[in-house]
Ligand binder design. Structure first.
Ligand code: CS2
Length: 413
């Protein structure tokens, strides 16, 4: 038997890497490890680790069983088992979806990974970060120094996966599957992987994975055009009363802002061979518009302080280096800060690990420019006063004239 250990047993993994691995064939199985929550692990164990993926395409829903997990564990409850599973010679691949927050030297999942890898004493293994971080393989390698025999390829992963609702459980049942934890997902999926393997791995290319050394270019395209635009849709959407991303993209005011943001992002990209950016952006608009998927602005808007670091500062610097201040990138930050302002009415309540800190900054500042200068530096590091002032001016427009005025100001219309 050949095994993958996956750290971060969330919906995204179950609708992405697990589906690709099942489709790759061969004798592969996955031990899925959740960080703390027992809910999904207990449910999966109770149903013999089988689950379903509901592919939602407009009103069409396709229900497919996925049978690739060999175990489900909770890291916080069974750390020794997790370490032993990583150290086991039958494990030749570790994949990770531990979110942007997981990539710190003292992170709990990385501590288990470090222990497990050290206990292999150089037996070759491939460790694959599947989080939305630029150079995710390099970042992970940097956090796990001094290990022999470990390859850290970089990846770009993509599939929009909303939260599971009772309706999904009902749809699975209607299709003949008793599944307490089905995973809804859009039809589109993509995985671009650097072919840097130290060990045996599934034949993912057979399952449609693109193997290329130029992952960086693909990653930037995806994190900026998809995730970056998603953030703007989420924050403007929350402010304009839209619960769904599909409602946000259908709102002409937001749609104009999103298109202009796409232009700002596109300018910064090195387009990878084989990608038609115009077609990619048109496809993204359709993906965002998949209303039946029920993807919520609250979900995309959560953890903004962690997500925006991946989506904002590098493209902002690109523009500043060329002498221009990108207004829609500034509006993205302003809309985020407006959503974090106590007392502002939103169409949801996105959580954020730095909510209290940001609310305190907002409470202390005398005006929007002062607030923006502090907040931008705290969130992204030094970007210079011209960008922060633009954020501040747009934040003022959001307060005094609302989203209509702020979008018009950013668009210069
Ligand atoms: C979204 C992503 O929640 C978010 O921040 O932008 O989860 C997005 O749906 C996925 O990266 C799509 O691959």
């Amino acid at each position: 038997m050949t095994r993958i250990v996956h750290l971060g047993l969330g919906s995204f993994h179950r609708a992405h890497q697990a589906v690709y691995t099942a489709a790759a064939g061969g004798d592969w199985s996955i031990t899925g490890v959740a960080h703390r929550s027992r809910r999904v692990v207990d449910a999966l164990r109770a149903q013999q680790l089988h689950y379903t993926v509901l592919t939602v395409d407009g009103e069409r829903v396709e229900v497919e069983p996925v049978d690739v997990l060999d175990d489900a564990l909770v890291a916080a409850d069974e750390p020794d088992t997790v370490v032993a599973r990583i150290a086991d010679p039958a494990t030749t691949v570790v994949t990770l979806t531990i979110t942007e927050a997981g990539y710190t030297a003292d992170g709990a999942m990385l501590a288990l990974l470090r222990d497990g890898l050290a206990r292999r004493r150089g037996a070759p293994i491939t460790v694959i970060s599947c989080d939305n971080l630029a150079d995710n393989g390099g970042v992970l390698r940097g956090l796990l120094p001094g290990l022999d025999g470990v390859a850290f390829p970089s990846t770009m992963v993509d599939r929009i996966v909303p939260r599971t609702t009772d309706e999904h459980v009902r749809l699975a049942r209607e299709a003949g599957f008793e599944d307490a934890v089905p995973v809804p997902a859009e039809p589109f999926r993509q995985w671009v992987l650097q072919p840097q393997f130290a060990s045996a791995h599934p034949d993912w290319a057979r399952a449609g994975v693109t193997l290329t050394d130029d992952v960086a270019a693909w990653e930037a395209v995806k994190v900026r055009l998809l995730n970056g635009t998603h953030s703007l849709l989420a924050y403007l959407g929350l402010l304009r009363g839209h619960e769904l991303i599909a409602d946000a993209i259908d709102d002409v005011v937001i749609r104009r802002a999103a298109d202009a943001l796409g232009d700002e992002y596109q300018a910064t990209l090195r387009v990878p061979a084989g990608l038609d950016v115009t077609a990619y952006r048109a496809q993204l608009r359709r993906r965002f518009g998949n209303r039946a998927l029920g993807h919520r602005t609250e979900q995309v808007g959560s953890d903004g302080s962690l997500k925006l670091v991946q989506r904002i500062p590098a493209p902002v610097r690109w523009h500043l280096d060329r002498g221009s201040v990108p207004p829609l990138l500034a509006l993205s930050v302003a809309a985020f800060l407006r959503c974090r302002t106590p007392g502002v009415e939103l169409a949801g309540s996105p959580g954020d690990p730095r909510a209290a800190e940001i609310a305190a900054l907002i409470g202390r500042a005398h005006d929007e420019r002062e607030l923006a200068r502090t907040a931008v530096t705290r969130l992204f590091g030094e970007l210079g006063p011209s960008f922060a002032d633009r954020v501040g001016d747009l934040l003022r427009a959001l307060r005094t004239g609302g989203t209509d005025d702020a979008v018009a100001e950013a668009l210069g219309t």
